[in-house]
Ligand binder design. Structure first.
Ligand SMILES: [Zn+2]
Length: 238
């Protein structure tokens, strides 16, 4: 009797959650990874605004281009305004994908709906106006959001992309070895790793080099863009 009631209750809950999160509508949910068992990973690089320095890790980008490693970038509007040449370089690479990261890198959860919408759509509109690029992937600054953010992102028709593996690359106290130990222990097929390409990651290029030359081939993992990862089906490990 109890078990039957429990099953009935679970069925109601399942029905409700499928109503709240319509299947097939990727913009309705917060995406942290691809399908587990997919033999691919997404390297993602945030382009947060910087007050000092060049704000662009040219050595990292050159490495990715030279080795034809697909990558997804999340650019903030403030960063885009200061990096026209760099943005053109990134947009010209066919295996790079561009998403947005807010206009001024605001703490979204502290803002009301109108302010959140303004912060989110600012960088999207800027990319469209300046470069004719429709960027559908969105990542909230600091990874911070609330229910309102999810609603606004859905309303704007964007896909809400977080991550499931943190590289920790902006932390100056973290050595490359420590980062690699954490990354190799926590990255699985379908994983999305967050890095920075705004020059704040002292060891980002070194870590990405080791992952792409040693760890990924050994694990049979292929770097892909976020969009490719989201359509990647689980496969048996070769
Ligand atoms: Zn950021």
């Amino acid at each position: 009797m109890v078990a039957r009631l429990l099953r009935a209750a679970l069925a109601v809950i399942a029905g409700l959650s499928s109503l709240l999160l319509p299947a097939g509508n990727g913009s309705a949910q917060v995406i942290r990874s691809g399908a587990p068992g997919c033999r691919a990973v997404a390297l993602t690089f945030d382009l947060c605004p910087v007050r000092q320095g060049v704000g662009y890790d040219a050595a990292l980008i050159d490495y990715l281009i030279e080795h034809r490693i697909p990558a997804t970038f999340f650019a903030s509007g403030r960063w885009i305004r200061k990096h026209d040449a760099e943005m053109k370089q990134l947009l010209a690479v066919p295996f790079f994908e561009m998403g947005t990261h807010g206009q001024v890198h605001a703490h979204l959860a502290t803002l009301d709906e109108g302010q959140q919408q303004e912060e989110i759509i600012g960088a999207v509109d800027l990319l469209k106006a300046r470069y004719g690029v429709a960027a559908l992937l969105f990542r909230p600054p600091y990874g911070e959001f609330n229910d309102l953010t999810v609603e606004v992102v859905k309303k704007l028709g964007l896909q809400f992309i977080l991550w499931n593996v943190v590289s920790g690359d902006p932390d100056p106290s973290l050595s490359a070895d420590k980062m690699l130990a954490h990354l190799t222990a926590s990255t699985r097929g379908g994983g999305m790793i967050v890095f920075h390409a705004n020059g704040k990651g002292e060891h980002t290029r070194e870590v990405v080099t080791t992952l792409s030359q040693e760890f990924f081939p050994k694990q049979g993992l292929k770097p892909v863009t976020v969009t490719e990862l989201l359509s990647c089906a689980p496969q048996a490990k070769p």
